[in-house]
Write a protein that binds this ligand. Structure first.
Ligand SMILES: [Fe+2]
Length: 279
């Protein structure tokens, strides 16, 4: 197995391994360490059935249930389809994940990793981008870092800013669930102790003690600061790619820049996380 870093800050490629075969303890450790260090890994040249893909992701932890149960594979429900053919009740194609976000922040224990596997790809475009929020935090001025310590976001299924984002389906709005979950705006990585910015712009109702309007202004500023080219790995899919990233130090987004008449299908698995640690 080879690990080839794409840059100092984010992204590495793994070659020379077939994750359908059992991995020895050293390989297992090396893969997990490479993921935490590089934030996003692309594991090339895999060929999985849904069950084999689930087993491969399980090398990184325990798979968990996902939102939008209508996308679960009936025979392997911890694997979901991410497809450009999904429609809402009005028949409009939905564009999940078009904006920068991190998954399932309205869970007490949000997923530590998200993984995707390419099944069918458009002839061009449809990249998945991941941004290193640890690097984004480290690049903030000290006084801003100080100001953000201890802040908590109030997370719901669809937050106050949801209507401002395109691609939100009417179904998703209707499914809005009220139980809010508090998450630290700055979280500490349990494996390396490093701090990262952590928020979901659409699932955040507000920051505790701040109005929704002021919250969105602050989150917009933080997002703008974070999405610098040098912090981003933009993954151009190839057949056989398995992508996995560390949600404790990343946000991600899907690019909808391809011909919608071409079919794009990925499988997705989420890996159970721990309670986020506040800075
Ligand atoms: Fe996502």
């Amino acid at each position: 197995m080879k690990v080839n870093k794409f840059s100092d800050l984010i992204g590495a490629e793994i070659t020379g391994i077939d994750l359908r075969l059992p991995a020895d303890a050293a390989t297992h450790l090396q893969l997990n360490a490479a993921l935490v260090e590089n934030v996003a890994l692309v594991i090339r040249d895999q060929d999985f059935t849904p069950e084999q893909y689930l087993a491969a992701v399980s090398l990184f932890g325990d798979p968990m249930d996902q939102h939008f149960t209508q996308y679960a594979l009936p025979d392997c429900p911890l694997v979901h389809e991410v497809s450009n053919r999904h429609k809402d009740k009005s028949g409009t194609r939905v564009k999940h994940g078009a904006g920068w976000h991190t998954d399932h922040t309205n869970h007490l224990r949000p997923p530590k990793y998200t993984s995707l596997f390419a099944v069918s790809l458009p002839s061009q475009g449809g990249d998945t981008a991941v941004v290193n929020m640890r690097a984004a935090y480290a690049a903030l001025p000290g006084e801003i870092q100080q100001k953000l310590q201890g802040m908590k976001t109030v997370n719901v299924f669809q937050g106050s800013a949801a209507a401002n984002y395109s691609g939100q389906s009417a179904d998703a709005q209707a499914e809005r669930k009220p139980e809010p979950v508090l998450q630290p705006l700055v979280r500490v990585h349990p494996d390396n102790g490093k701090k990262a910015l952590y928020f979901h712009p659409v699932k955040t109702e507000n920051i505790v003690g701040m109005t929704a309007v002021d919250t969105q202004a602050l989150l917009n500023d933080l997002l703008e600061h974070s999405i610098k080219d040098e912090f981003i790995y933009r993954h151009q899919w190839r057949k056989g790619d398995m992508l996995i990233w560390d949600n404790r130090a990343a946000m991600h987004k899907a690019h909808f820049d391809y011909d919608p008449n071409e079919f794009r299908l990925l499988y997705r698995v989420l890996v159970r996380g721990e309670l986020p640690i506040a800075a």
